[in-house]
Design a protein. Structure first.
Length: 66
């Protein structure tokens, strides 16, 4: 697999983590009434958002591939 294709899949995973994070934050704030479940989903969502930010930061700063 070429480096360009590998970077594409890595950035796609980062975007997928962002999407999952948005869903978890929505569930945590508006759908769940159980306090423990709210905390768990919010923690997972923020962890995924930070991880996706690191992934996208890596992909952008690693530069173009040849």
């Amino acid at each position: 697999m070429s480096p360009s294709l590998m970077k594409m899949w890595i950035s796609l995973a980062g975007m997928g983590f962002m999407f999952i994070s948005i869903i978890f934050i929505y569930l945590s704030r508006f759908r769940f009434s159980n306090k423990v479940l709210k905390i768990v989903t919010a923690t997972v969502a923020y962890f995924l958002m930070i991880l996706s930010g690191i992934i996208i930061f890596f992909v952008v700063l690693s530069g173009p591939t040849s």
